[in-house]
Write a protein of this length. Structure first.
Length: 80
């Protein structure tokens, strides 16, 4: 099973169709070739294998990130 953690766009290179994203504090570069709608810095994406698969609403992204953080916190406390 693969999890797609919401990632926030921090920079865009429209010519190369690449975005720099922040995924739980880690920066990486992803292709946005598959996204058919306009993107802007601050948008959230779901990414799979280096490709942005879907642009998602900020409230949905923040809800998901809160759940991931809860899981990480429980793992660190040995509860998961």
């Amino acid at each position: 099973m693969c999890f797609s953690i919401p990632s926030k766009i921090t920079a865009l290179n429209a010519e190369a169709q690449l975005a720099t994203v922040d995924t739980l504090g880690r920066e990486r570069h992803v292709s946005v070739h598959l996204i058919g709608e306009p993107l802007a810095i601050g948008d959230y994406l779901l990414i799979q294998s280096g490709f942005a698969m879907e642009k998602i609403a900020e409230d949905r992204a923040l809800d998901s990130l809160a759940l991931y953080q809860e899981i990480v916190d429980k793992m660190e406390r040995g509860e998961a």
